[in-house]
Structure formats: structure tokens, C-alpha cells
Design a protein around this ligand. Structure first.
Ligand code: GLN
Length: 401
């Protein structure tokens, strides 16, 4: 086959495309790629996320503060971005995500809901990204060695001070012991009545709430608030440092403890005494992710840093009370150590990936919590039932009073 194919002598000099971004790991490994989003540099812990969709929700989830996310799915950004899929409370609010690592270049947006190209969206939110990375190899490295600390840097002129970037990545202390909640919690109290999205009407409103729930915001996501409203609650969101007295003065029928970033043990320094008091008063309490971990701490348990954590939308979790396995959305790098739990805490859920704890319920108080983000679980058996269970717990408690 000669045809019109170009003839190569083998002596040509091929121009290397200019690397405009780097990911520098704490061990000195340098991965070169193409810069996207904001320019500059940021330091964080690299975790991999296995979700195939929902990148916009992932990147606006405040639980990811302090982390650089590498997506295992190669095509990220291809459906664009919109105004409806933001999870931070403030629409323009920073989630604290430090960077994004992509395999493929971003294509033009293909979804009818898209209002903005993903690259422009990243830039507007100040998030640094790099593409052209062998994300499969990076994921394998994380599976072998755990989640590394790293610096992500984007410079359009391709100039990087690699020794300085290596030193910065190596010097970063890591997420253990870090309280990042002050970065993402709401500054003031507000109420919430928006419910979940349905076609063709969009988001609804809760106009006839049956119960009043106080949600403590450690980095809460909009869709969790929508699910509380949908289940029949009037929701008052309060900042993370709100005292037990202030919460109780709002006369809640139930208290919700949100997801959030960082080390639960560090945040627990001020949050756990409040949670302990709420639980002791017998107020029905439901926690998700960071909220779950801090309920574990409040009853005397311990939390541990995980090797690679769970980040994605395909995590199997077994409900020990029914034997059913749910495919859940997870995002955590710490876990409750089941062996540290008191006899009054029953392990209700367990991860089928690594056997780590994924849920507890107290036997002597109306309290339960889960390690997963239920709103993304698909199908008719979706996890809205957790919010229905919370509301049922509240109703039972009212009847008993
Ligand atoms: N999703 C969350 O709330 C995360 C909880 C905690 N920051 C962790 O990494 O385990």
C-alpha cells in the first residue's frame, strides 16, 4: 500500500507539544499535560473518582475541599455545565476542590441543558485542571500506594519551577488532622424549602411541611436539602459552629448532620460535643458522611484514614438489616472503625468493596447515619427511603412524646 501516504525517512524532528500543566506528586513524580481552567498552582490530596457522569456535582461538592480529583472516566466535560447541577449553597461558592486531572481533552458541550463550556466553567470557578494524563496509570498508583499529596500547576508559557513544586507537595501536611469545614460552612442561618427536580417543571417547593428539621452545615449539598424538603420537612440550615443550646432553641423535630470535608476527628473538636448533647436530649438525628463519622465519634468511637477511600457513583453497600445491596454514591477518605463502636451502636451498613463501615444506628436513641451520599442512587428503590425513614423516626418520636 504505497498510495499517497507520506514517505518518512526517520530523520524528521518532531516538535513535542508544550506541556502547559504539571501534576507533581510528593514523592517527586512529575506528570506533564495540558492546562485547562484557572492558571496558577494548588496543593492537595489526589483521589480518584469512578463516576461516569455528574462531574459538575462532584466538583461543587464541598466534601472534596483540599483534594485534587482524577476522574477514571476518560471523557469529562463533554456534556458541558449548567446552572442547575451546582451543589454548593451559594451558586458561585467555592467547593474547595483544589484541582482536576483528566485523560482526554474537553469536547464541545453536547447536552441541551448546557449553558457553558466546561473549560470556561472551571476558569470561572478558579479550579486548575490538567488533561492528557494517563489517568489509568495514576489510579493504579493510588491503589498501590494510597492517596498522594501533590501540587497541580497550570502555566500557559510552560515554565515550571519543578524543584519548588516538589518541595511544596512534600511539605504539605495532608488531610489528616485538618478541619476544612470553616472554608465551606454557611456564615449565617437560613431556611430551605426547595424540593427535587422533576421534568418538565424543574425544582418544586415544600408548601406543607409536617416537621421542622435543623440541618447543621459542615459543607452541605443542595440536593440533600432538597431531599429533606421533599420528605416533608421545613429545613433551617445553621452554621457548623452553632451550639446545642442555639439548635435546641429552634425547637427542631429532628436534626440533620451534613457531609463535609477534612478529618472528622479534627472537625469533631467542636462539633462532637454539640452532637453528643443533641443525641442525649433524644432529638431524632440523621447523619450523612462527615455527619455519620462524627456521630460515630460522639458515641465514643474512632475514625481512621483510609488507604484509597471511596469516591464514585458505583459503590456497593450492603444493608445488614435487610440483606439488600445498594449501588451508592460515595465520597470519603476516612471511615468509622467498627471495632471502636459501643454496644449501643449497631452496624447497619457495610461497604462490599473493602468491608469498611457504611452505616450505624443507635439502639437506645432515635439516631442513624450512613457513609454514602444517597441522592445519586438510581432506580425505583432509590435512597429517598433514608429520608422517609428519618421522617418516620421523627413522627414516631412525636407520637411517643
Ligand atoms: N463526603 C463526606 O462528607 C466526606 C467526609 C470526610 N471528609 C471524609 O473524607 O471521609
Amino acid at each position: 500500500m504505497n498510495g499517497s501516504a507520506e514517505q518518512h525517512t526517520g530523520d524528521e524532528v518532531w516538535a513535542e507539544p508544550l506541556a502547559t500543566a504539571v501534576l507533581v506528586l510528593a514523592d517527586g513524580t512529575v506528570l506533564e499535560g495540558f492546562g485547562l481552567g484557572a492558571t496558577g498552582q494548588a496543593v492537595g490530596e489526589v483521589c480518584f473518582n469512578t463516576a461516569m457522569t455528574g462531574y459538575q456535582e462532584v466538583l461543587t461538592d464541598p466534601s472534596y475541599a483540599g483534594q485534587i480529583i482524577t476522574f477514571t472516566f476518560p471523557h469529562i466535560g463533554n456534556v458541558g455545565t449548567n446552572e442547575d447541577d451546582v451543589e454548593t449553597i451559594s451558586m458561585a461558592g467555592a467547593s474547595g476542590v483544589r484541582g482536576v486531572v483528566l485523560h482526554s481533552a474537553i469536547t464541545d458541550p453536547s447536552n441541551y441543558r448546557a449553558t457553558r463550556h466546561f473549560d470556561a466553567w472551571l476558569k470561572a470557578r478558579g479550579i486548575i485542571a490538567i488533561s492528557g494524563i494517563d489517568t489509568r496509570a495514576l489510579t493504579a498508583l493510588i491503589r498501590d500506594g494510597g492517596m498522594p499529596n501533590a501540587v497541580i500547576a497550570h502555566a500557559p508559557n510552560g515554565q515550571f519551577d519543578l524543584p519548588a513544586l516538589k518541595a511544596e507537595a512534600a511539605a504539605w501536611p495532608g488531610l489528616e488532622g485538618m478541619d476544612l469545614v470553616p472554608m465551606v460552612t454557611s456564615a449565617q442561618r437560613f431556611s430551605w424549602d426547595e424540593t427535587t427536580w422533576t421534568w418538565p417543571d424543574g425544582f418544586g417547593r415544600q408548601t406543607a411541611p409536617a416537621h421542622h428539621v435543623v440541618a447543621v452545615d459542615y459543607g452541605i449539598k443542595r440536593n440533600i436539602l432538597r431531599l429533606l424538603a421533599r420528605a416533608g420537612c421545613q429545613v433551617t440550615v445553621v452554621p457548623a459552629t452553632t451550639s446545642a443550646e442555639e439548635i435546641l432553641a429552634l425547637q427542631p423535630d429532628g436534626v440533620f448532620l451534613s457531609n463535609g470535608p477534612g478529618d472528622p476527628a479534627a472537625t469533631g473538636a467542636y462539633a462532637v460535643p454539640v452532637i453528643r448533647e443533641i443525641i442525649a436530649r433524644g432529638v431524632p438525628t440523621f447523619g450523612i458522611c462527615l455527619g455519620h463519622q462524627m456521630i460515630g465519634l460522639a458515641v465514643g468511637g474512632r475514625t481512621v484514614k483510609m488507604h484509597q477511600g471511596h469516591h464514585g457513583a458505583n459503590h456497593p453497600v450492603k444493608d445488614n438489616t435487610t440483606g439488600k445491596v445498594e449501588i451508592t454514591s460515595m465520597n470519603h477518605g476516612f471511615a468509622v472503625d467498627r471495632d471502636s463502636l459501643p454496644a449501643t451502636a449497631t452496624e447497619t451498613h457495610v461497604s462490599l468493596f473493602d468491608g469498611s463501615n457504611a452505616g450505624i444506628a443507635l439502639t437506645d436513641r432515635p439516631v442513624f447515619s450512613v457513609q454514602y451520599h444517597p441522592e445519586a442512587s438510581p432506580g425505583p428503590q432509590d435512597s429517598h427511603y433514608l429520608f422517609d425513614r428519618f421522617v418516620e423516626m421523627i413522627a414516631n418520636n412525636k407520637r411517643a412524646a
